[in-house]
Design a protein around this ligand. Structure first.
Ligand code: PEP
Ligand code: MN
Length: 346
């Protein structure tokens, strides 16, 4: 941490800041500059002290600004964990050479729908089935999901086709129950900053797919991951799913593909992309899915529906079964071009 004093801050003010730093058991070092004095901290600052210290120093007389030198997250950062984290769930691998290919409907609706969806996902070369049973809907009158019953339907369909499962959990009180039914918990974009939920999901030790909030910065996203890791989770996968767009005329969200190489650079956690919520329209999903693989994503989570016109949520972005099959074929070719592989050998 560096504390930059204002121009003209006198020795009394500088000494007071040094004294405050010492009161935390830390060692300040004065760095005289041409125009102003800065004060560095030589010793390691305990993670729990960092925010409070920065805030108290910031409001002291003569302090211009306080800058952090290290990143605010430790467990999620490559600074402290240089090697890529690789996570295996059934046949799905996150962060290794092979891409994680996840697909399924937005919502679990019926047994037939999930059986048909699972069959297509399997045929396409996917290894994990998605489907929401607890749905975060903007309107309280919209379909809210089938709850526990939906999780059972999904589990049976996945089992019948040798797939793993991922589904959203919205409430801390449901974490244990959802974890019993699915292989991976999903924390949705709207819940990325629901801290009690992150604490509970992290403590469950279950694998978590953490989606980026629609307005979350990269640091906020990684701090949400830090919540999970600091409570004991190891298997955390980051998912870029689009941020609020400048213009909603043509897209639902803006898929921030910059986030993929940025996150891979500063974090060791696997990063996958959701081109469905990231665009909002089925015809935009394939090109953005391919772009995501080209820029280094470790996998994709894609919405499809056996009959998109009948989907009870997110119909406009659901891929028809043949389109999903064709997309994953193309994904294989792009994966190969960038030194990765996609589908299991047929
Ligand atoms: C979903 O996966 O169906 C979903 C609601 O996603 P997000 O949280 O990214 O909006
Ligand atoms: Mn959806």
């Amino acid at each position: 941490m560096i504390v930059a004093m204002t121009r003209g801050a006198d020795d009394t003010l500088v000494s007071a800041v040094e004294e405050r730093i010492r009161s935390y058991g830390l060692v300040p070092i004065r760095l005289p500059g041409g125009e102003r004095v800065a004060i560095g901290i030589v010793s390691a600052i305990p993670t729990e002290t960092r925010e409070t210290l920065a805030e108290t120093l910031q409001v002291m007389d003569g302090v211009d600004h306080v800058t952090h030198v290290s990143r605010p997250y430790k467990l999620a950062s490559r600074e402290f964990h240089a090697v890529d984290t690789v996570i295996s769930i059934g046949q799905t691998e996150f962060g290794g050479r092979r891409l994680a290919l996840i697909a399924g409907p937005c919502s679990v609706e019926t047994e037939d729908q999930m059986m048909a969806a699972a069959q297509t996902v399997k045929a396409a070369g996917g290894t994990m089935l998605r489907g929401g049973a607890f749905k975060p809907r903007t309107s309280p009158y919209a379909f809210q999901g089938l709850g526990r019953e939906g999780l059972k339907i999904m589990r049976d369909a996945a089992k019948a086709h040798g797939l793993s499962t991922v589904s959203e959990v919205m409430s801390p009180g449901d974490v244990a129950m959802v974890a019993e039914h699915v292989d991976m918990l999903q924390i949705g974009a709207r819940s990325m900053q629901n801290y009690p939920l992150l604490v509970e999901a992290g403590a469950s030790g279950h694998p978590v797919l953490l989606k980026r909030g629609p307005s979350a910065s990269i640091d906020e996203f990684l701090l949400a991951a830090e919540y999970l890791l600091s409570r004991g989770a190891r298997d955390v996968v980051l998912c870029e799913r689009g941020v609020h767009p400048l213009d909603k005329t043509y897209v639902r969200n803006t898929l921030d593909l910059n986030a993929v190489p940025v996150l891979k650079e500063i974090s060791h956690l696997p990063v996958i992309v959701d081109p469905s919520h990231g665009t909002g329209f089925a015809r935009l999903v394939p090109p953005m899915a391919l772009a995501a693989v080209a820029c280094g994503a470790d996998g994709l989570i894609v919405e499809m529906h056996p009959n998109p016109r009948e989907a009870r949520s997110d119909a406009a972005q659901a891929l028809e079964p043949p389109v999903l099959i064709d997309l994953f074929r193309q994904v294989s070719r792009v994966a190969e071009a960038v030194g990765r592989e996609a589908r299991l050998a047929e």
